[in-house]
Design a protein around this ligand. Structure first.
Ligand SMILES: CC(C)(COP(=O)(O)OP(=O)(O)OC[C@H]1O[C@@H](n2cnc3c(N)ncnc32)[C@H](O)[C@@H]1OP(=O)(O)O)[C@@H](O)C(=O)NCCC(=O)NCCS
Length: 178
């Protein structure tokens, strides 16, 4: 599928004003299927995401806008800050290795090339730009064929398949470099 994104994409730091939208997205079936969040109420959103608004949060959270419409959520962090997870990955050195997680909240926008475009832009502007990461690693479930394909098209290559503690299926570990 060729990706022709009609309107420009931009990233705006998550704010409290986005919380009700975030709740609607996190509880939508197409996000639940792959994101596996236990957030079910606005109180859950506040408890989990309010601390992430602070400058010293380990996770940098953004709402993705297409022109003026919020359409997706994306977050980035250093893998070394999450050793319980990262120690399970086949990576010798975590220095400068970032990770990201993403979902498109608006279901009708899936499968139109937007995920590919926004991940590519986020790598350039945030992960390799703002954070100056040396590489970025993602771990979609092996059966999340759409995400794996979108990550590949955005510049990631498959590195390994890993069984991660607590995850229902194995993860396809993928890496991108600037
Ligand atoms: C993952 C996600 C961000 C990708 O964004 P997207 O805009 O849907 O993806 P794109 O349209 O850019 O690319 C998807 C690719 O996978 C393909 N694809 C999608 N579903 C597929 C499936 N079930 N089987 C095979 N290929 C599939 C599409 O055809 C497209 O490839 P192509 O352009 O070569 O044809 C989005 O689908 C999403 O938010 N999914 C729910 C949450 C999620 O899975 N997040 C990632 C967790 S790791």
């Amino acid at each position: 599928m060729s990706s022709s994104i009609a309107s420009p994409l931009s990233f705006r730091p998550l704010q409290e004003a986005h919380f009700s939208l975030l709740l609607a997205w996190l509880t939508a079936a197409h996000v639940q299927q792959w994101w596996g969040s236990d957030v079910r109420t606005i109180e859950h959103v506040v408890a989990k995401y309010l601390p992430r608004l602070s400058d010293d949060s380990l996770v940098r959270c953004f709402i993705v806008f297409q022109a003026e419409q919020p359409i997706a959520y994306i977050q980035a962090y250093w893998l070394a800050d999450f050793p319980d997870y990262s120690k399970q990955l086949p990576l010798a050195d975590l220095t400068g290795v970032a990770s990201l997680d993403v979902f498109i909240g608006e279901q009708p926008l899936l499968g139109k090339g937007i995920g590919t475009a926004l991940v590519r832009l986020f790598l350039r502007d945030v992960v390799f730009g703002l954070m100056r990461a040396e590489s970025c690693v993602v771990g979609p479930a092996v059966d999340n064929v759409g995400a794996i394909r979108a990550y590949e098209r955005a510049g990631f290559s498959k590195v390994a398949v890993v069984s991660v503690e607590g995850a229902p299926t194995a993860e396809c570990i993928m890496q991108a470099k600037p």
